[in-house]
Design a protein around this ligand. Structure first.
Ligand SMILES: *Cc1c(COP(=O)(O)O)cnc(C)c1O
Length: 372
């Protein structure tokens, strides 16, 4: 049985008529940039995330970059973030002129550890950028307290966590701004690149709308040097359809995660994902820790079972970031996570027999280790 990491075809076939209609509408209207379809999606997205504004942009990476630019970040400003994330988190900070400063993560959740943040604050610190990794919110109450105490802004990277919540507040509710990604494999994925920024701040929203359109206040009158970064109308039309299903899909992910954790209860060698008290995890990825991780990955691949390592290298060890960061603390938990994590196949339409087969293969891997 071949088991993929995810199956976008299964999702498409469940909503094919709706998606095809939405795309046909755009082709009929021939408006490919902006327009009522983008505005309708932005407005429903804002309502879904309980934010005042949602602003579509070309990618999650651009969402982070524009959120930082709009602060505004001054050259050399420091941004405290996690070393355990996709490269875009650190890349956007550097591209916006900032200096990423990495604080270690919590071993149980892989999220930024609030206790590691305060010792890194200097007069140059401008912002804290937590990532809600794998679909679970960082401990935003503690992080918000630190930010308030030191007068720092918060930008949330919720690229993996749209629909997640913590202590009753949705991802995106704590930050000045929040970056979302609609990359096809994300929980809400488009048919290509896309992203959005959430904010409750009217002035911030105005700045971001300016910067995403080359700083043009009115056509051909440029008051800032920005970028050209818009959510394509076709993407907005498709995402608008999919947004209506997102809550159910996230719930289906949670059910499948619970089933994995149930199946793994007899394998004490394997650590399943742990949920923070008060968190609603939306399982963008189901990530275990497993002994002899690389051997486990090879073994699963030999059996045609998809699995991936997110992330093999912490951001502060990426050569192009090394000379642009200011390393003030070791991040042993992030290093350890990079060596032990393995993401298992998980998608809303995943049948239970596939999950049984994945855990059977992991059981075999553990038995082989004992025999050595
Ligand atoms: C996907 C992702 C991004 C970047 O989003 P793109 O749309 O691929 O540019 C940023 N941060 C995290 C944590 C992500 O997972």
């Amino acid at each position: 049985m071949k088991i993929p990491m995810m199956d976008l075809c299964a999702q498409y076939s469940s909503i094919k008529a709706e998606v095809d209609n939405a795309v046909a509408q755009v082709l009929t209207q021939q408006q490919f940039r902006g327009g009522p379809l983008v505005e309708a999606f932005e407005s429903d997205l804002a309502a879904f995330a309980r934010a005042h504004h949602a602003i579509g942009v070309a990618s999650g990476t651009d969402a982070l970059y524009l959120a930082l630019r709009a602060l505004p970040l001054q050259p050399g400003d420091e941004v405290i973030t996690t070393p355990f994330s996709f490269f875009a988190t650190a890349g956007a900070i550097v591209n916006a002129g900032g200096v990423p400063v990495f604080a270690d993560i919590e071993p149980a959740t892989f999220n930024l550890n609030p206790e590691c943040i305060a010792p890194l604050v200097t007069p140059r610190t401008r912002c804290i950028l937590p990532v809600h990794i794998f679909g679970q919110c960082a401990r935003m109450d503690a992080i918000s307290e630190i930010a308030a105490r030191h007068g720092l802004a918060i930008i949330e990277d919720a690229a993996q966590a749209l629909g997640a919540s913590y202590r009753g507040q949705p991802a995106g509710a704590w930050g000045m701004t929040t970056a979302l990604s609609f990359y096809p494999t994300k929980n809400l994925g488009g048919a290509g690149e896309g992203g959005a920024i959430l904010t409750n701040d009217d002035e911030m929203a105005r700045q971001i709308r300016l910067l995403r359109s080359h700083g043009a206040e009115t056509p051909y009158h440029h008051v800032a040097v920005g970028v050209n970064s818009h959510l394509h109308t076709i993407q907005a039309a498709i995402l608008h359809v999919k947004l209506r299903h997102l809550a159910a899909w996230n719930e289906a992910r949670r059910e499948r995660a619970a089933y994995y954790t149930h199946l793994l209860r007899d394998l004490p060698e394997i650590t399943p994902p742990r949920e923070t008290e008060g968190a609603c995890h939306v399982y963008h990825q189901y990530v275990i820790q497993v002994p002899e991780r690389d051997a486990a990955r090879r073994f699963l691949h030999e059996k045609d079972i998809g699995c991936s390592v997110f992330y093999p290298i912490p951001l502060h060890r990426q050569p192009c970031i090394l000379d642009r960061t200011s390393i003030r603390a070791a991040c042993p938990e992030a290093e350890r996570a990079c060596n032990e994590v393995l993401a298992l196949p998980l998608y809303p339409e995943m049948p239970p027999e596939q999950q049984d087969a994945v855990v059977a293969a992991l059981t075999e891997h553990v038995r082989r280790l004992h025999r050595k």
